[in-house]
Design a protein around this ligand. Structure first.
Ligand SMILES: C[S@@+](CC[C@H](N)C(=O)[O-])C[C@H]1O[C@@H](n2cnc3c(N)ncnc32)[C@H](O)[C@@H]1O
Length: 286
C-alpha cells in the first residue's frame, strides 16, 4: 500500500512561522502534524464539550515542521507496521485503556526521535508498557522498524503532538514514568515560549503522573538545563531527587541516542535531571 502523508494524525495546514529552522535545534528541525482537536473551530452543537486545555498556549508547538526524507523501508513500515504498533490520534482511549487500567507500569517518552532509546528500553523491560510520541515521519518509521526487529509487544507509538494528546486524551494518574530526552532547546529568547518544558506543561505532567512517578530529562544545552531546573523547582508536586544535585549523574541505564552521540562527538556535554511526583495535589501551585 502506498503511504500517504500521515493520515494517522490528521494534518493541519502548515503555518509559515513553524518552518523557521533557525529557531530549532541546530541539528534537528522536524516535520510534524497538529492534532485536529487543537483547531480553533467550535464543537458541533450536539457533541460533548472538549476538555479545556490546561496549557497556557495550547496552539504553540514545541517542534518544527521539516520535510524529512523517508527511506523506502520507513515508508513501508509506516503502512505495514502501523496497525501493530501505532495508535491513531482519534482512537487514543480505545487503544490505551487496557494499559491505563493495568497494574503494569507505564512509561511515556515525549519526542522519541528515531526511537532508539524507547525501543531499547522496551526490549530491556518486558515487564513495563511503553508509549512514545513523535511527529517526525522518518523517526516514526525508524521506530516501527526497530520495534519489529526487537519483537516488541509492550510498545505503542503515537504519531502526533504529545502536548495535545496528553492534555485531551490521557486520564489523571495513569503514568509511572515520563522521559523527555534532548527536547528542542529553542535557543532564541523570543522562542523560549516554544520550549516543551513550561510551568503549564509540568502541571499537566503532575496531573497525569501517579504518586512516586518519575520524570527524567536530559539536554545538551546548558541554558535549557537551567530552565528545566527552574520550571520544576517551581512545581510543588515534584521533588528533585538529585543528591547532592541539582543535576543527576548520567544514568547508566539511559540508552545513548544518535542525537546524543553526535553531540558528544562535537564536544557537547549533557545534563540529566530527575524529579519524583510527590503526594501534593497536581494543581497545588496554581
Ligand atoms: C532534538 S530531538 C531529540 C530526539 C530524541 N529524544 C533523541 O534524543 O535523539 C527532539 C524531538 O522531539 C520531537 N518533539 C518536539 N515536540 C514534540 C511534541 N509536542 N510531540 C511529539 N514530539 C515532539 C521533535 O519532533 C524531535 O524529534
Amino acid at each position: 500500500m502506498q503511504h500517504t502523508a500521515n493520515p494517522r494524525s490528521l494534518n493541519s495546514p502548515q503555518k509559515p512561522s513553524e518552518t523557521d529552522a533557525n529557531n530549532a535545534h541546530p541539528s534537528d528541525a522536524h516535520t510534524s502534524d497538529a492534532h485536529p482537536s487543537l483547531s480553533a473551530s467550535p464543537p458541533e452543537p450536539k457533541q460533548p464539550e472538549p476538555k479545556q486545555s490546561v496549557l497556557k498556549h495550547p496552539g504553540i508547538k514545541s517542534y518544527v515542521r521539516r520535510t524529512g526524507r523517508l527511506t523506502h523501508a520507513q515508508r513501508e513500515a509506516l503502512d505495514a507496521l502501523w496497525p501493530r504498533y501505532g495508535i491513531d490520534a482519534a482512537h487514543v482511549a480505545q487503544g490505551l485503556s487496557d494499559w491505563w487500567q493495568s497494574p503494569v507500569p507505564l512509561t511515556v517518552e515525549i519526542g522519541f526521535g528515531d526511537g532508539d532509546c524507547l525501543s531499547t528500553l522496551a526490549a530491556r523491560h518486558p515487564e513495563r508498557h511503553y508509549v512514545g510520541f513523535e511527529v517526525h515521519d522518518p523517526g516514526v518509521g525508524h521506530a516501527l522498524l526497530m520495534a519489529k526487529r526487537l519483537g516488541l509487544n509492550n510498545l505503542r507509538l503515537l504519531h502526533a503532538d504529545a502536548q495535545a494528546i496528553l492534555t485531551e486524551c490521557f486520564p489523571a494518574q495513569c503514568l509511572d514514568e515520563v522521559l523527555i530526552y534532548f527536547p528542542d532547546p529553542w535557543h532564541k529568547k523570543r522562542h523560549h515560549k516554544r520550549r516543551l518544558v513550561q510551568p503549564e506543561f509540568v502541571r499537566l505532567l503532575a496531573k497525569l503522573c501517579k504518586p512516586n512517578a518519575y520524570v527524567r530529562l536530559a539536554t545538551d544545552w546548558a541554558p535549557y538545563a537551567e530552565w528545566m531546573l527552574s520550571v520544576f523547582s517551581g512545581a510543588l508536586a515534584f521533588d528533585n531527587i538529585a543528591s547532592p544535585g541539582p543535576f543527576t549523574p548520567r544514568p547508566p541505564e539511559r540508552p545513548q541516542t544518535k542525537f546524543e552521540r553526535r553531540g558528544l562527538r562535537l564536544g557537547q556535554s549533557a545534563w540529566d535531571l530527575c524529579f519524583r511526583r510527590n503526594q501534593l495535589p497536581w494543581d497545588a501551585d496554581a
